[in-house]
Design a protein around this ligand. Structure first.
Ligand SMILES: [Ca+2]
Ligand SMILES: [Ca+2]
Length: 338
């Protein structure tokens, strides 16, 4: 296994070096861009990385002793670690899409979010709701038309990340922006997302392997949140990050490539369909995910997510019309070819 890993690493380094040798400067794109909705983007360089995780359940159990065995066994879809290469740089939004930005989109486009259009609403926090009494066991009340991107049941200022938005809503925003600005916006692919999240790291988090290291860089399920959900107290970080619910985007330190909240705050939709065996057949160059599927991938964990599920390699999935208090988005803007 170790030899295979070393061989893969050499392969990736070779890919990276060959990229830089053959790169021709055709008028370098700017390092940062702000668009018409006030979204800030940074240039993520072309290059290669190792995607996924080969960590064994025994090792994860040692690192996360409070989790039941089944939880660490269920993570096999993160393997095998495999090389991925991007021949083109792309712009990644530095921040999750905010409530204020989503409102501007709604007002300017006339778009009706899916939770409103289908009349079933979203999910929300209700202090009187008891998850143990609900059929679904959901941590939040819903679906209910009283909840939507405008009301997740807890206070959100305009600089908080928008939630209760579907994959389809996210694609609609990207399409509208693309038409408005004449530049292509879209959701990141799952591979782009992990490449941008890792920003050169191979550790569980960009802050290292220790779950408590998240406190400096992410809003996750911490000791502040524990007070609201005692049922899951054992999974809370022992320290506190200052937020029991969503935090204003960019409240924590960015990763090495200038991206904020890649871990935590809200889950982020990516463009890929999900397949648990995709990594064993993924192409090296710019993988787009399976050609078809029934559920879409989301990444990074949220303000309510336990540390095991906020790791860089963790994959989650759900139907594209689902909306929840924990799920938002961040966009990619393609580098225009000149
Ligand atoms: Ca928190
Ligand atoms: Ca996030």
């Amino acid at each position: 296994m170790r030899q295979m890993f070393a061989a893969t690493l050499v392969f990736v380094l070779t890919l990276t070096i060959s990229e830089s040798i053959f790169a021709v400067d055709q008028g370098a794109p700017p390092a940062a861009i702000e668009n018409s909705l006030g979204m800030k983007f940074v240039l993520v360089p072309a290059g290669a990385f190792l995607m996924g995780s080969n960590e064994l359940p025994d090792d994860l159990s040692k690192a996360y002793p409070q989790y039941e065995r089944r939880r660490v066994v269920e993570l096999g879809d993160e393997a095998p670690v495999h090389p991925v290469r991007f021949k083109q740089a792309f712009y990644m939004a530095q921040f999750e899409v905010s409530v204020g930005q989503f409102r501007k989109f709604i007002e300017a486009s006339g778009y009706t979010p899916e939770s409103v259009a289908d009349g079933t609403g979203g999910y929300g926090y209700n202090a009187n709701y008891d998850s143990l009494q609900s059929v679904s066991g959901d941590a939040f009340e819903g679906r209910n038309p009283k909840y939507s991107w405008q009301n997740p049941g807890f206070d959100q200022a305009d600089n908080h990340p928008v939630v209760n938005v579907t994959w389809n809503d996210s694609v609609a925003l990207a399409k509208w922006l693309s038409e408005k600005e004449g530049v292509k916006y879209r959701l990141p692919t799952e591979a782009e997302w992990e490449y941008a999240c890792r920003a050169g790291t191979r550790t569980r988090y960009t802050s290292g392997d220790n779950p408590e290291s998240l406190l400096k860089i992410a809003n996750v399920f911490d000791s502040d949140a524990r007070g609201y959900w005692q049922r899951w107290a054992q999974f809370a970080l022992s320290g506190n990050d200052g937020f029991a619910f969503t935090s204003p985007v960019g409240s924590f330190a960015p990763n090495a490539w200038g991206l904020y909240d890649m871990h935590g705050n809200v889950w982020e939709w990516v463009s890929d369909w999900y397949a648990d065996d995709y990594y064993s057949r993924s192409p090296v160059d710019n993988p787009q995910g399976p050609a078809e599927g029934s559920v879409r991938v989301r990444r990074g964990g949220s303000w309510h997510t336990w540390a095991l599920y906020a790791r860089s390699s963790y994959r989650n999935w759900i139907s594209p019309d689902s909306r929840y208090t924990l799920v938002g988005m961040r966009l990619v803007r393609e580098v225009s070819v000149r």
